[in-house]
Design a protein around this ligand. Structure first.
Ligand SMILES: Cc1cc2nc3c(=O)[nH]c(=O)nc-3n(C[C@H](O)[C@H](O)[C@H](O)COP(=O)(O)OP(=O)(O)OC[C@H]3O[C@@H](n4cnc5c(N)ncnc54)[C@H](O)[C@@H]3O)c2cc1C
Length: 432
């Protein structure tokens, strides 16, 4: 059977309909750019506080990474804890880690409040070690995380690993029971419904081209020019992640867009599915150039990785199907004869320091930089930033930390250096 170049998750959902004939309002309190987890979570929170909100989405609801991801709702940040402490000190790192754990509760609460049927489950995550020295590092991490953040992880030795994963290639693992899994397309659809119910209006096929400062009726605000006309807003919030473009040029220079690709197999027999992932964990490995994988709620193996670099094209998606299938068989030889049914790609947003960032740039509010850890963090950042825009004082340790750009400033938003970065990460995986 031919592999379909299509996002499997979209076959499981009906996205909410919006009224394409509805004209843009002339004025709003807040214009939100992007209808993914970040933008929708912010818009819902603002609307619940009585603000008038227009969500401006260039494509369709959830079109970006939010409908395309692995659905892993993960604790922790992309960087290791020792590195974080070295960069930000203990106190701020503790707050960052607490935010990552709070972001899990934020998703769970939202799913419950909006009654979103997205197979949310606290199934835990498993990191597997590709090398003995990666496994040796786990003991230190578990100890530091318990001591500094009062958060318990569990080491799984190589001998016990079969209780967690039906693969014999890894040197051991580390489990966090707090992490969760969900169907991201159903989650973003439910979030969009909740956002509309709260009173925000979502405009699809509405690309923001330009944002300019203006003074109107004596008040400072923004003139937002879109593909559907002009709108005036007191505040603008960008939740554009890896798709950040020319409308916010300063932000665009800080974001490296990186393609990530996923395959899903046909539906597996129950016994095989249980053999591959006995506890239904969200799994990823310890490499820089990592694989992440899980069972879908209907028992397909979903297997993802950075098989190729941005820009993602029809060709790179097609090539990824076979590259990822070979990677999947290395992990699970049991899947050699199993059909791959879907392949798709999407764009992640990496900051140069691989950290989430939020705040104001040139007066425009933003939250970006999730580095593949965005399902929970984007939802949380949207809510926290909305509270900030509403004049509250929410906890947010990612606001106003240094936000580095490219070395020597040699970056105009077109990531010419990505092939070199890809080669560098592969090299690091080889030597480290
Ligand atoms: C293949 C893949 C797998 C992933 N797996 C995981 C995972 O398992 N766990 C995890 O935690 N994270 C994962 N991530 C990351 C996670 O999906 C993202 O961090 C998260 O979805 C970001 O949400 P967002 O709302 O900020 O951005 P997005 O969902 O990308 O939305 C941004 C939106 O902005 C719109 N936009 C951009 N510019 C404009 C404009 N000028 N005008 C109007 N609209 C505009 C875009 O059309 C887009 O819809 C993965 C990402 C990918 C691509």
């Amino acid at each position: 059977m031919a592999v379909r170049e299509h996002n499997f998750w979209l076959t499981t959902v009906t996205m909410p309909a919006t009224d394409s004939a509805r004209p843009l309002p002339e004025n709003v309190d807040v214009a939100v750019i992007g209808a993914g987890f970040t933008g929708l979570s912010a818009a819902r929170t603002l609307a619940k506080r009585g603000a008038t909100v227009a969500v401006l989405e260039a494509e369709t609801i959830g079109w970006g990474a939010s409908s395309r991801n692995g659905g892993m709702v993960l604790t922790g940040l992309k960087l290791g804890v020792n590195q974080l402490i070295a960069m930000y000190g203990r106190e701020r790192t503790q707050r960052m880690y607490a935010a990552s754990v709070a972001s899990m509760d934020c998703v769970e609460q939202l799913v419950r409040e909006e009654n979103i049927d997205c197979a949310f489950s606290r199934c835990g995550h498993l990191e597997v070690a590709c090398k003995q020295k990666h496994f040796d590092g786990y003991a230190r991490q578990v100890e530091v995380i318990a001591r500094e953040f009062n958060h318990q992880l569990r080491i799984v030795s190589r001998n016990e690993l079969q209780t967690e994963i039906g693969s014999s290639i890894y040197y051991g693992g580390m489990v966090d029971e707090v992490s969760a899994g969900l169907n991201p397309a159903r989650y973003v659809a439910g979030l969009a419904r909740g956002t509309a119910k709260a009173g925000a209006t979502i405009f699809e096929q509405t690309r923001v081209h330009n944002i300019e400062r203006e003074t109107r009726q004596g008040a400072l605000g923004w003139r937002v020019t879109t593909s559907r006309g002009i709108l005036h807003a007191s505040d603008v919030f960008a939740g554009t992640s890896g798709y950040t473009g020319a409308a916010t040029p300063a932000l665009r220079k800080k974001i490296i867009p990186i393609g990530s690709y996923i395959i899903t197999t046909e539906v597996l027999p129950e016994a095989l599915a249980r053999e591959l992932s006995p506890r239904n964990r969200m799994i990823y490995d310890s490499k820089n150039y990592l694989y992440y994988f899980r069972l879908t709620p209907d028992n397909r193996m979903l297997f993802g990785g950075r098989a190729a670099f941005f820009p993602e094209t029809a060709d790179s998606i097609r090539e990824s199907a076979e590259i990822l299938r070979l990677g999947m068989i290395d992990v699970y030889p049991q899947l050699r004869e199993v059909n791959v049914e879907y392949v798709w790609g999407g764009t992640l947003d990496f900051a140069f320091d691989i950290m989430p960032h939020a705040g104001q740039m040139d007066g425009i509010y933003y939250a970006v930089g999730y580095a593949g850890h965005g399902v929970a963090m984007a939802t949380w950042q949207g809510r926290q930033m909305a509270e900030l825009i509403a004049g509250e004082k929410p906890e947010n340790p990612f606001v106003d930390i240094p936000f580095p750009g490219a070395p020597l400033g040699l970056y105009n938003g077109k990531p010419w250096f990505l092939p070199f970065a890809g080669a560098w990460y592969k090299f690091l995986d080889w030597v480290s």
